[in-house]
Structures are given as structure tokens and as C-alpha cells.
Write a new protein. Sequence first.
Length: 259
Amino acid sequence: MGEKYIDLQATAAQLELRNSPPSRPLVMYQRWEELLFLHWEVDPQLIAKDLPSGLKVDTFDGRAYLGIVPFFMKGIRPRFLPAVPGISYFLELNLRTYVLGPDGTPGVWFYSLDANSWLGVEVAKTFISLPYVHAHQKSSFFQSEDWIDFHSTRKQQDQAIPLRYTYRAWDEIGPAEPGTLEFFLVERYILFSYRKGSQSLYKGRVNHVPYQLYQTQVENYSPELFELNGFSLPLRKPDHMVMSHGVKVKVHAIERVKA
């Protein structure tokens, strides 16, 4: 843990996004809880070949990463409305990588976001053009609530693909130190999306305090999410694993990116 390769320009850009006030209006509140971050090192060219125009691969010491992140979405509500049971709480599982926008802004690029809220999936696909997929998901806590057992099943080509992640927090790390691999992977405050119809790139901004990170024990994980998104199945354990109990998040309006 804590591998350090300081890219001063990239680190400064992430810190600026974390500390600067957003330029776009606040539109939504959320809580992200019990996040597991599993990352594998991949060839940057593997990522670069399918990115939309305007995005470049972001790397740490020349290495690109693909990450699987299961977590709980809670308290989702528009700025002026309360949370609604059945709509404001659901599970999510995403496959992601890290990119730079046309102006060098560091952010996240999602290949898929599986969720068990049909309405949430449709709203996200329509309004922010993120590749959400409806999935059957459930979770449970066991062994004195230390362990989280997260299940997600996606139907694809008439097949049900079950995925499972069983994990718990272990030793506390604290906030990611700027310049470390943890900081590169988790301290991201911009997401990018692409609308194929207009061939337009968009970005959205989120705000939250730094993650309090923990080393994690992982008993089950399903790398098959790679295959569901057209990547080869990784034949080794994750190169990096960490988790967080969560953060409160402010979500700001998306905006079109100028190339």
C-alpha cells in the first residue's frame, strides 16, 4: 500500500478539483457506502483504443488500471426533495478506468454500471448518458456485521451471469496521501460520459470529503465483469485492493466538454 510516484501536475489537478468550488449548480445529494475498490493493471493501449474523441488514458507511472467497484447508493434525492423509499436506495457495481479530458482534467470513464433500480437506470441513461444496466442484486451482512456479501446478476444474451463480492474492512489507512496510487485511483471528482447521437462528450462534477480508506479482506470476487464489457478475464488477483465505509456526495449539473 502507499506506492508513491509523484506526478506533480496530475496530483495538483486532482487536489484542485477536490478543493475548488464547483462551477455548475448543485442538483442532487447521495451517499456512497461500503465501497470496495478492486484494480488490475492493464496496457494503456487496451484502454486508449476505445475511448471517445477528446479523452486520453490517465496513467500512474505509465500504468493504466481497470477497476471493479461494488457499493451501496443511499439517500439519493434531488436538491429540493426528500429521499423516497424504493427509489433513493439501491446497489451499484461498476467497471471503470481513469482518463484525462481535452484540457487535462483527470476523471473517471465507466464501461458499465449495474444497478437494481429500474427507474434509476433509465434516468441515468437518459439524462447523463452513463452506460447503466439493470441487474438483479442483493447484499447481506454476516459474522457480526463485519463481512459484506454483495451479489449481482445481469442477464445477457439469454444468460444469467452471477457475480459475487465478499469483503470487509481491516486495518485503517486513512485518507489517501497525494502522490500515492491510492490517491490516483480513488480521489476522482469528475466523470465523463458520451452521447453517441450528438457525438458529444460531457462531464459531471461531484464533491465529497476525502475517503477514509481501509485495507480489506476479500473472500470472493468475480472478475467476469471484465468479460461482460469485452475485456479478457484477468488471470491473477487484483493488483490493488482497498475499501471505504463511504462518503456523503453532492452532485452537480453536467456540462458539454469543448474539444
